[in-house]
Ligand binder design. Sequence first.
Ligand SMILES: Nc1ncnc2c1ncn2[C@@H]1O[C@H](COP(=O)(O)OP(=O)(O)OP(=O)(O)O)[C@@H](O)[C@H]1O
Length: 244
Amino acid sequence: MTLEVTHLTGGYSQVNTIKDLNFTVPSGSLTALIGLNGSGKTTTINHVIGLMTAKSGTISFDGLDSQKEAIQYQNSLAYIPELPVIYDDLTLREHIQTTISAYHLDAQKAEQEAERLLTIFRLSDKQDWFPIDFSKGMRQKVMIVTAFLADKPLLVIDEPFIGLDPLAVADLIELLQEKKAAGKTILMSTHVIEEAEQFVDDFLLIDQGKIRVQGKLKDIFKAFPKQKNINEIYFRLAKEVEHE
Ligand SMILES: Nc1ncnc2c1ncn2[C@@H]1O[C@H](COP(=O)(O)OP(=O)(O)OP(=O)(O)O)[C@@H](O)[C@H]1O
Protein backbone atom coordinates (compact mmCIF):
# COMPACT_ATOMS: atom_id res chain seq x y z
CA MET A 1 0.00 0.00 0.00
CA THR A 2 1.96 2.93 -1.34
CA LEU A 3 1.37 6.66 -0.96
CA GLU A 4 2.16 8.30 -4.29
CA VAL A 5 2.52 12.04 -4.68
CA THR A 6 3.03 13.14 -8.28
CA HIS A 7 3.79 16.68 -9.47
CA LEU A 8 1.96 18.14 -6.46
CA THR A 9 1.66 21.92 -6.59
CA GLY A 10 -0.54 23.84 -4.17
CA GLY A 11 -0.92 26.68 -1.73
CA TYR A 12 -3.27 28.99 0.10
CA SER A 13 -3.79 31.69 -2.54
CA GLN A 14 -2.43 32.54 -5.97
CA VAL A 15 1.08 31.89 -4.68
CA ASN A 16 2.26 28.28 -4.89
CA THR A 17 3.54 27.27 -1.47
CA ILE A 18 4.59 23.79 -2.59
CA LYS A 19 5.91 23.21 -6.07
CA ASP A 20 6.04 20.05 -8.15
CA LEU A 21 6.60 17.59 -5.30
CA ASN A 22 7.19 13.98 -6.31
CA PHE A 23 7.64 11.18 -3.81
CA THR A 24 6.37 7.75 -2.86
CA VAL A 25 6.11 6.12 0.56
CA PRO A 26 5.88 2.33 0.35
CA SER A 27 4.12 0.11 2.87
CA GLY A 28 6.23 -0.63 5.96
CA SER A 29 8.28 2.52 5.66
CA LEU A 30 8.45 6.03 7.06
CA THR A 31 9.26 9.20 5.13
CA ALA A 32 10.12 12.34 7.08
CA LEU A 33 9.53 15.87 5.78
CA ILE A 34 12.19 18.16 7.20
CA GLY A 35 13.08 21.80 6.56
CA LEU A 36 13.02 25.32 7.95
CA ASN A 37 9.89 26.87 9.48
CA GLY A 38 7.62 27.91 6.63
CA SER A 39 9.28 25.63 4.07
CA GLY A 40 6.01 23.82 3.27
CA LYS A 41 5.90 20.66 5.43
CA THR A 42 2.45 21.26 6.96
CA THR A 43 1.11 22.47 3.61
CA THR A 44 2.24 19.18 2.04
CA ILE A 45 0.58 17.25 4.86
CA ASN A 46 -2.63 19.30 4.49
CA HIS A 47 -2.79 18.22 0.84
CA VAL A 48 -2.09 14.59 1.68
CA ILE A 49 -4.88 14.44 4.29
CA GLY A 50 -7.30 16.15 1.90
CA LEU A 51 -7.67 19.37 3.87
CA MET A 52 -6.35 21.33 0.86
CA THR A 53 -6.97 20.71 -2.83
CA ALA A 54 -4.01 20.49 -5.19
CA LYS A 55 -3.70 23.12 -7.91
CA SER A 56 -2.09 20.43 -10.02
CA GLY A 57 -0.70 16.96 -9.56
CA THR A 58 -2.15 13.89 -7.89
CA ILE A 59 -2.06 12.06 -4.59
CA SER A 60 -3.06 8.43 -4.25
CA PHE A 61 -2.85 5.69 -1.66
CA ASP A 62 -3.14 2.02 -2.54
CA GLY A 63 -4.41 3.14 -5.94
CA LEU A 64 -7.14 5.36 -4.47
CA ASP A 65 -7.10 8.89 -5.85
CA SER A 66 -7.38 11.52 -3.08
CA GLN A 67 -9.81 13.60 -5.17
CA LYS A 68 -11.74 11.10 -7.29
CA GLU A 69 -12.13 8.53 -4.51
CA ALA A 70 -11.96 10.99 -1.64
CA ILE A 71 -14.12 9.07 0.85
CA GLN A 72 -12.33 5.74 0.44
CA TYR A 73 -8.96 7.53 0.39
CA GLN A 74 -9.71 9.40 3.62
CA ASN A 75 -11.04 6.23 5.26
CA SER A 76 -7.56 4.75 4.78
CA LEU A 77 -5.74 7.32 6.86
CA ALA A 78 -5.27 8.50 10.42
CA TYR A 79 -3.80 11.92 11.10
CA ILE A 80 -1.99 13.40 14.09
CA PRO A 81 -2.03 17.22 13.83
CA GLU A 82 0.76 19.54 14.98
CA LEU A 83 -1.57 21.14 17.53
CA PRO A 84 -3.71 18.71 19.51
CA VAL A 85 -7.45 18.88 18.84
CA ILE A 86 -9.26 17.56 21.87
CA TYR A 87 -12.70 18.01 23.35
CA ASP A 88 -12.82 19.93 26.62
CA ASP A 89 -16.05 18.23 27.76
CA LEU A 90 -14.78 14.67 27.32
CA THR A 91 -12.59 12.71 29.71
CA LEU A 92 -9.66 10.73 28.38
CA ARG A 93 -11.79 7.56 28.61
CA GLU A 94 -14.53 9.27 26.57
CA HIS A 95 -11.98 10.31 23.93
CA ILE A 96 -11.05 6.63 23.59
CA GLN A 97 -14.72 5.57 23.44
CA THR A 98 -15.49 8.25 20.83
CA THR A 99 -12.60 7.00 18.67
CA ILE A 100 -13.84 3.42 18.97
CA SER A 101 -17.36 4.34 17.85
CA ALA A 102 -16.32 6.88 15.19
CA TYR A 103 -14.08 4.31 13.48
CA HIS A 104 -16.47 1.38 14.12
CA LEU A 105 -13.69 -0.56 15.83
CA ASP A 106 -14.17 -3.93 17.48
CA ALA A 107 -14.79 -2.66 21.03
CA GLN A 108 -13.10 -5.47 22.95
CA LYS A 109 -9.96 -5.50 20.78
CA ALA A 110 -9.76 -1.70 20.66
CA GLU A 111 -10.15 -1.35 24.44
CA GLN A 112 -7.30 -3.80 24.97
CA GLU A 113 -5.14 -1.89 22.51
CA ALA A 114 -6.10 1.42 24.16
CA GLU A 115 -5.05 0.02 27.54
CA ARG A 116 -1.69 -1.02 26.07
CA LEU A 117 -1.10 2.39 24.46
CA LEU A 118 -2.21 4.29 27.59
CA THR A 119 0.17 2.18 29.69
CA ILE A 120 3.06 2.85 27.28
CA PHE A 121 2.43 6.60 27.58
CA ARG A 122 1.83 6.43 31.36
CA LEU A 123 -1.78 7.64 31.05
CA SER A 124 -3.73 4.60 32.23
CA ASP A 125 -4.43 6.08 35.70
CA LYS A 126 -5.67 9.35 34.17
CA GLN A 127 -8.62 8.04 32.18
CA ASP A 128 -11.18 10.05 34.17
CA TRP A 129 -9.30 13.33 33.77
CA PHE A 130 -10.67 16.18 31.66
CA PRO A 131 -8.41 18.03 29.16
CA ILE A 132 -8.31 21.11 31.42
CA ASP A 133 -5.98 19.11 33.68
CA PHE A 134 -3.80 17.78 30.82
CA SER A 135 -0.31 19.14 30.25
CA LYS A 136 0.83 20.00 26.69
CA GLY A 137 2.61 16.65 26.40
CA MET A 138 -0.44 14.77 27.69
CA ARG A 139 -2.63 16.43 25.06
CA GLN A 140 -0.16 15.34 22.40
CA LYS A 141 -0.15 11.79 23.77
CA VAL A 142 -3.97 11.64 23.60
CA MET A 143 -3.79 12.55 19.89
CA ILE A 144 -1.16 9.87 19.32
CA VAL A 145 -3.10 7.18 21.22
CA THR A 146 -6.39 7.88 19.43
CA ALA A 147 -4.73 8.02 15.98
CA PHE A 148 -2.88 4.74 16.56
CA LEU A 149 -6.05 3.17 17.90
CA ALA A 150 -7.85 3.93 14.62
CA ASP A 151 -5.44 1.41 13.06
CA LYS A 152 -5.46 2.78 9.52
CA PRO A 153 -2.93 1.66 6.89
CA LEU A 154 -1.73 5.24 6.24
CA LEU A 155 -0.49 7.38 9.15
CA VAL A 156 0.13 11.08 8.55
CA ILE A 157 1.84 12.82 11.43
CA ASP A 158 2.69 16.52 11.71
CA GLU A 159 5.64 17.03 14.09
CA PRO A 160 4.66 14.61 16.84
CA PHE A 161 7.59 15.17 19.20
CA ILE A 162 6.88 18.74 20.33
CA GLY A 163 6.08 18.84 24.04
CA LEU A 164 6.95 15.19 24.66
CA ASP A 165 9.43 14.32 27.41
CA PRO A 166 12.43 12.13 26.47
CA LEU A 167 10.69 8.98 27.73
CA ALA A 168 7.64 9.67 25.57
CA VAL A 169 9.89 10.45 22.57
CA ALA A 170 11.56 7.05 23.00
CA ASP A 171 8.15 5.35 23.41
CA LEU A 172 6.80 7.02 20.28
CA ILE A 173 9.87 5.99 18.27
CA GLU A 174 9.35 2.39 19.42
CA LEU A 175 5.67 2.53 18.42
CA LEU A 176 6.53 3.99 15.00
CA GLN A 177 8.95 1.11 14.48
CA GLU A 178 6.23 -1.33 15.52
CA LYS A 179 3.79 0.27 13.04
CA LYS A 180 6.37 0.05 10.25
CA ALA A 181 6.96 -3.62 11.04
CA ALA A 182 3.17 -4.12 10.83
CA GLY A 183 3.28 -2.75 7.26
CA LYS A 184 1.85 0.73 7.84
CA THR A 185 2.76 3.56 5.48
CA ILE A 186 3.92 6.62 7.44
CA LEU A 187 4.48 10.24 6.38
CA MET A 188 5.73 12.52 9.15
CA SER A 189 7.08 16.04 9.44
CA THR A 190 9.66 16.68 12.11
CA HIS A 191 12.32 18.99 13.49
CA VAL A 192 13.85 16.07 15.43
CA ILE A 193 16.44 14.91 12.95
CA GLU A 194 19.40 13.21 14.61
CA GLU A 195 17.11 10.82 16.55
CA ALA A 196 14.92 10.34 13.47
CA GLU A 197 17.77 8.70 11.60
CA GLN A 198 17.18 5.40 13.42
CA PHE A 199 13.59 4.95 12.17
CA VAL A 200 13.27 7.14 9.06
CA ASP A 201 13.67 5.36 5.71
CA ASP A 202 13.65 8.42 3.52
CA PHE A 203 14.14 12.11 4.31
CA LEU A 204 12.67 14.83 2.11
CA LEU A 205 14.44 18.12 2.76
CA ILE A 206 11.86 20.74 1.76
CA ASP A 207 13.21 24.15 0.89
CA GLN A 208 10.87 26.98 -0.14
CA GLY A 209 8.21 24.50 -1.20
CA LYS A 210 10.47 22.28 -3.27
CA ILE A 211 12.27 19.02 -2.52
CA ARG A 212 15.90 20.03 -2.20
CA VAL A 213 17.33 16.60 -1.26
CA GLN A 214 15.73 13.18 -0.93
CA GLY A 215 17.38 10.17 0.68
CA LYS A 216 19.19 9.14 3.83
CA LEU A 217 20.74 11.66 6.20
CA LYS A 218 24.11 10.91 4.57
CA ASP A 219 22.68 12.01 1.20
CA ILE A 220 21.67 15.33 2.75
CA PHE A 221 25.20 15.81 4.12
CA LYS A 222 26.60 14.89 0.68
CA ALA A 223 24.52 17.68 -0.86
CA PHE A 224 26.01 20.18 1.62
CA PRO A 225 29.70 19.17 1.76
CA LYS A 226 30.81 22.35 3.57
CA GLN A 227 28.31 21.97 6.44
CA LYS A 228 29.31 19.80 9.41
CA ASN A 229 25.91 19.13 10.94
CA ILE A 230 22.21 19.61 10.37
CA ASN A 231 22.17 22.98 12.19
CA GLU A 232 24.78 24.33 9.79
CA ILE A 233 22.69 23.07 6.86
CA TYR A 234 19.65 24.94 8.24
CA PHE A 235 21.72 28.13 8.70
CA ARG A 236 22.88 27.85 5.10
CA LEU A 237 19.28 27.38 3.85
CA ALA A 238 18.14 30.39 5.89
CA LYS A 239 20.96 32.52 4.41
CA GLU A 240 19.96 31.50 0.88
CA VAL A 241 16.38 32.65 1.62
CA GLU A 242 17.72 36.03 2.91
CA HIS A 243 19.76 36.58 -0.24
CA GLU A 244 16.91 35.92 -2.66
N1 LIG B 1 -3.35 29.37 6.50
C1 LIG B 1 -2.40 29.93 5.75
N2 LIG B 1 -2.70 30.94 4.89
C2 LIG B 1 -1.77 31.49 4.11
N3 LIG B 1 -0.48 31.13 4.10
C3 LIG B 1 -0.11 30.14 4.93
C4 LIG B 1 -1.05 29.50 5.81
N4 LIG B 1 -0.38 28.54 6.52
C5 LIG B 1 0.91 28.61 6.11
N5 LIG B 1 1.07 29.56 5.17
C6 LIG B 1 2.34 29.88 4.48
O1 LIG B 1 2.76 28.77 3.73
C7 LIG B 1 4.18 28.60 3.81
C8 LIG B 1 4.50 27.19 4.27
O2 LIG B 1 3.99 27.02 5.61
P1 LIG B 1 3.95 25.59 6.30
O3 LIG B 1 3.04 25.72 7.48
O4 LIG B 1 3.64 24.56 5.30
O5 LIG B 1 5.46 25.45 6.80
P2 LIG B 1 6.15 24.33 7.69
O6 LIG B 1 7.30 23.84 6.92
O7 LIG B 1 5.15 23.34 8.14
O8 LIG B 1 6.65 25.20 8.93
P3 LIG B 1 6.82 24.87 10.51
O9 LIG B 1 8.14 24.17 10.63
O10 LIG B 1 6.86 26.24 11.10
O11 LIG B 1 5.64 24.06 10.95
C9 LIG B 1 4.68 29.71 4.74
O12 LIG B 1 5.16 30.76 3.94
C10 LIG B 1 3.46 30.16 5.48
O13 LIG B 1 3.53 31.51 5.80
